[in-house]
Ligand binder design. Structure first.
Ligand code: ASP
Length: 595
């Protein structure tokens, strides 16, 4: 028998028992011939003692062991004289009587410790060693727990888990498809699903009523820190539902998982319109752990871009003209950072550099310090009187000691930059605790967004999303104004999931494809299957999908990114460093595939 117990199991009550343990040599400490070894497995660490006075030959062999050797030992559990109360097994140790080396190990390329010395690339290359480290093991075990909690909830609510194919026809959802050449159909390709969107809708046509799947999705996107070319969704769909039904059901899911996995009762989720999210946070996934809402000194609502490029409609300016940067700007918006009036020149310069980075592209940053004595000091003192600055400060409800930060420019870009600056200030002020969870529904998204490069409309969510009844007439006349029956679930500034009530008849689906600039031939070729299905008694339906990897990272309060929650992830270039994939294939394979 390799083991009677795991390395995390033994306690004081086991003292006197003879046990067999197996695991990896985690650490060896040699005190003049007396060897202490920490033996590690998935469950914990147990201290082994090789005492030359007890068994000299054994102590000799122990000194030959190295880190990460796999061994089995038999020995007696005894109470430790020098207890380690940091670990659950810290009150006992094993006096070893038998040692069996199951396998040797060469020296690992980095230390298998909670804080390792290995760099990113090295750890990716030896992922199987990185996965021996406790933090990563805990992450994957947590992922398993989240999956179990999700399945338990979905099952209790009557959802059926149905698998859908991976080799499909391209159904674009905003990203590029990964394609697979078909040997049996030379010159033709399957696409890997960006999500099972059309299949889950077809399952509603088939009458499955409540479907879910924890399923892999594939998107060929430019990668960012928290993106992976293959990732996992909790994909869900329901028939005979309105938006409210879906929101209730999946708010329930999130609450349930947090309760089960984290022991936290989340309160009812607040709701915010997309327009408000953009206006007050400059972002469709606002982090509402802290307020610091945008205040508009000049805010313009761009007209729908199909028409005259959106100039200053509804523009307000609350202070006199004179400062050209503000006077000429489409939008002038700012935030108030409580208690930051004492920021030094250097700190302000840092913030200015922050917003001027090419990713944000602001031209500059205007600050107003609300001094303790009631006066104001600003970077625009030349243009505005103390009275003007006081008016502005009032607009921000700023108090003595606060710092106002203002950006000006074109609306979308300025909002984005201020949104990032707000998050940065939130970080600096310690307002974004990872142990605080603030969920939010974002509703009433625009149905379409204009693609400046392609000069056409794109679906903001995906082309199967329905629109508000009251906007129906606008689809052909003023598409930019149409609001979708779509919703996102956001937590701590991270989009956890999103979905919509779907179009469920042929006519409206065709209108949507036309609005996206597709000809009848094009949509019949690409989407004929679903258009046809819609003619055979399709129930009203809607659903949602959660990013499962992100969900896990959120529940674990990691929030660093999803990589640590995927056993074998890809790097930022979409490469698997361990397999060295993607790679070339041989000529014969290529020929067979007609490549
Ligand atoms: N298929 C959608 C997505 O992947 C989710 C949904 O609409 O249910 O974002």
């Amino acid at each position: 028998m390799y083991r009677t117990h795991t390395c995390g199991e033994l306690r004081l009550e086991h003292a006197g028992n003879t046990v067999t343990l197996a695991g990896w040599v985690h650490r060896i400490r040699d005190f003049g011939g007396m060897n202490f070894i920490d033996l590690r497995d998935r469950y914990g660490i147990t201290q082994l003692v090789f005492n030359p006075e007890h068994n000299d030959a054994l102590a000799q062999s122990a000194s030959q062991l190295g880190r990460e050797f796999v061994i089995a030992v038999k020995g007696k559990v005894v109470e430790r004289s020098n207890k380690n109360l940091q670990i659950p097994t810290g009150e006992i140790e094993i006096i070893v009587d038998e040692l069996n080396v199951l396998n040797a190990s060469i020296t690992p390329p980095f230390t298998i410790e909670d804080d390792t010395d290995g760099g990113d690339d090295l750890r990716m290359k030896y992922r199987y060693l990185d996965l021996r480290r406790n933090p990563l093991q805990q992450n994957l075990l947590k992922r398993h727990e989240v999956a179990k909690a999700v399945r338990a909830y979905m099952d209790a609510q009557g959802f059926a888990d149905v698998e859908t194919p991976f080799f499909i026809k391209s159904t674009p959802e905003g990203a590029r498809d990964f394609v697979v050449p078909s040997r049996l159909n030379p010159g033709q390709f399957y696409a890997l699903p960006q999500s099972p969107q059309t299949f889950k809708q077809l399952l509603m046509v088939s009458g499955f009523d409540r479907y879910y799947q924890i399923v892999r999705c594939f998107r060929d996107e430019d990668l960012r820190a928290d993106r992976q070319p293959e990732f996992t969704q909790i994909d869900c769909e329901m028939a005979f539902v309105e938006r409210e039904d879906v929101l209730q059901m999946f708010e329930g899911l999130v609450k349930n998982v947090f309760k089960k996995v984290k022991g936290i009762e989340l309160p009812e989720f607040p709701r915010m319109s997309y327009d408000d999210a953009m206006l007050f946070y400059g972002n469709d996934k606002p982090d509402i752990r802290f307020a610091m809402k945008f205040v508009a000194l000049r805010e313009s609502t761009p007209l729908s871009l199909g028409e005259g490029q959106g100039v200053r409609k509804n523009s307000v300016m609350i202070f006199p003209t004179g400062f050209k940067v503000f006077d000429d700007a489409e939008t002038v918006i700012g935030i108030c950072a409580t208690g930051c009036a004492e920021y030094s020149r250097k700190q302000l310069d840092e913030l200015t550099e922050f917003v001027k980075r090419p990713q944000l592209g602001a031209n500059g940053l205007v600050y107003i310090k609300c001094n303790a004595d009631g006066t104001f000091k600003s970077s625009v003192d030349k243009f505005y009187s103390q009275e003007d600055l006081k008016n502005i400060a009032e607009k921000f409800s700023a108090k003595a000691g606060d710092l106002i930060l203002i950006l000006a420019g074109e609306t979308a870009r300025t909002r984005k930059a201020l949104s990032e600056l707000r998050l940065e200030m939130g970080n600096r002020l310690g307002l974004r605790s990872k142990e605080e969870f603030k969920p939010l529904w974002v509703l009433d998204f625009p149905l379409l967004e204009f693609d400046e490069e392609e000069k056409r409309w794109n679906a903001m969510h995906h082309p199967f999303t329905s629109w508000r009844k009251e906007d129906d007439a606008l689809l052909e006349t003023d598409p930019g104004k149409v609001k979708a029956n779509a919703y996102d679930i956001v937590m701590n500034g991270v989009e956890l999931g999103g979905g919509s009530i779907r179009i469920h008849n042929r006519k409206n689906q065709e209108r949507m494809f036309s609005a996206l600039g597709m000809s009848k031939e094009q949509y019949d070729y690409k989407f004929g299957f679903i258009l046809n299905a819609f003619e055979y008694g399709t129930p009203p339906h809607g659903g949602i999908a959660f990013g499962f990897d992100r969900f896990c990272s959120m529940v674990t309060a990691n929030q660093e990114g999803i990589r640590d929650f995927i056993a074998f992830p890809k790097n930022n270039m979409g490469r698997d460093m361990m397999l060295d994939a993607p790679s070339d294939i041989d000529e014969k394979q290529k020929k067979e595939l007609g490549l």
